[in-house]
Design a protein around this ligand. Structure first.
Ligand code: ATP
Ligand code: MG
Length: 395
């Protein structure tokens, strides 16, 4: 007796009415792509579930991949059998004989109303069979050690006793595309993950200031993106040359205003690239109050350069919560590697926490930042990070 498939549940998708079909299709495509290294595995799409049929493949590595796919609420390792009460009883017993337990209960859902027995009758018959054949066990409907679930559907009966959490959220790609500002820190990879989990694909933009910043930052970004490839197989990284802009800012503005001006330039560049690449929004790893440039007054002055929506998934999160997610998704150990970022190199001693918009605009009148921005956009370097390495690891 074996579990022959994994049942994939959609959770939040169920509330999406007429869009449901598109969602399921997207999720199906994402699952198919993620499992392409398992040639034996087949995927079956049904109205309210997707089934991953194992065909002899060990379930553990498949399950691990499925648990990272956004749009999946939960997963169960299931055994499918004929809709015949004698077969259901026999298979249920065989499955329970594989388990260690003292107390159990049986639950039943019957969505195929043509099945001759009602749920209550089915679960009583199955529980009776288990009780008669396994020693020293009893039913406990409140706190059972094992729960055997039975679902009777049109195409057959499904039996399972193990359910695993999914990543939640929406299928990747259903929410459009964001231009994500990726530094080498802890927050922005977490924000990228949260955007993807909500169904958005990402393109990343990074501002590099060679020779002040080293190639090490770029290798670090590549490593971070390889981790994020787990959620999105192909990620485009735009590396924007930022040195000249930064030098011009430091030449013309008071040191305390430099970060504010720098961040305004970053948003302008991100907006330009977002429009060029058809991204309707920009996203960042900003978190309110974390540093001088992230106070509400700073955000207001920095944000004033663009009308484009800026999504900040980490906005209200404590650093510890952000760190917890980065550890969970595997970006933390890469993020904490020491590196020189354009922000860390030029950090002023007393950055303005409440910058004055008029003053900022006065500084910006002192130099031709428009052509510096044009120049930077014309010299963007593009890299594609793909999950090829990931695939090799799995083989
Ligand atoms: P992180 O851990 O993401 O680096 P942080 O706490 O260091 O965040 P800041 O350096 O103030 O915060 O940056 C806030 C956000 O601005 C980052 O999360 C990122 O989205 C964006 N950002 C900062 N520096 C860069 C950069 N060099 N390239 C691209 N985006 C950047
Ligand atoms: Mg940073």
């Amino acid at each position: 007796m074996e579990y022959d498939r994994i049942m994939v549940r959609f959770g939040e998708l169920s509330t999406k009415g007429k869009n449901k079909k598109d969602f399921i299709r997207k999720l199906y495509d994402n699952i198919k792509r993620a499992l392409k290294t398992f040639p034996r595995v087949e995927i079956e799409m049904r109205f309210d579930h997707i089934y991953v049929i194992l065909n002899g493949q060990d379930y553990q590595p498949v399950l691990e991949i499925l648990q990272d796919i956004s749009g999946i609420h939960s997963l169960s390792l299931v055994h499918k059998c004929e809709k015949d009460i004698e077969i259901i009883k026999c298979d249920a017993l065989a499955l329970m004989q594989l388990e260690q337990f003292h107390t159990f209960k049986v639950t039943c859902k019957r969505s195929d109303k043509t099945f001759p027995l009602i749920s209550d009758q089915i679960l009583r018959l199955v529980a009776g069979e288990v009780l008669r054949n396994i020693k020293d066990i009893k039913v406990d409907v409140h706190h059972p050690e094992k729960t055997l679930s039975i679902e009777i559907r049109q195409e057959g009966a499904y039996l399972f006793c193990q359910t695993f959490p999914g990543a939640g959220g929406y299928p990747l790609g259903i929410g459009g595309k964001t231009m994500h500002m990726l530094s080498g820190g802890i927050d922005s990879p977490v924000a990228a993950y949260l955007m993807m989990k909500r169904g958005m694909t990402i393109e990343c933009i990074h501002f590099a200031s060679p020779p002040y910043t080293q190639m090490g930052v770029i290798y670090k970004l590549e490593d971070l993106l390889h981790v994020l490839n787990r959620y999105q197989g192909k990620i485009r990284l735009h590396i924007v040359p930022f040195t000249k802009i930064q030098e011009a800012i430091y030449e013309h503005a008071d040191e305390s205003y430099c970060i504010t001006l720098m961040r305004r330039m970053m948003y302008r560049l991100a907006e330009r690239l977002a429009k060029k690449r058809n991204c309707p929004v920009i996203s960042t790893g900003e978190s309110i109050g974390q540093v001088a440039s992230q106070t509400l007054q700073s955000i207001h002055v920095i944000n004033a350069v663009t009308n484009m929506p800026i999504i900040r998934p980490c906005a209200t999160m404590d650093k510890l919560d952000i760190i917890q997610i980065s550890e969970k998704i595997g970006t933390y150990n890469i993020s904490i590697r020491p590196y020189e970022d354009c922000c860390t190199i030029f950090t002023p001693k007393n950055p303005k926490t409440a910058p004055d918009l008029k003053q900022v605009e006065k500084y910006e009148e002192l130099f031709d930042w428009q052509s510096l921005i044009d120049d930077a956009i014309n010299n963007v370097e593009v890299k594609y990070l793909t999950d090829e390495d990931q695939i090799e690891e799995l083989l």
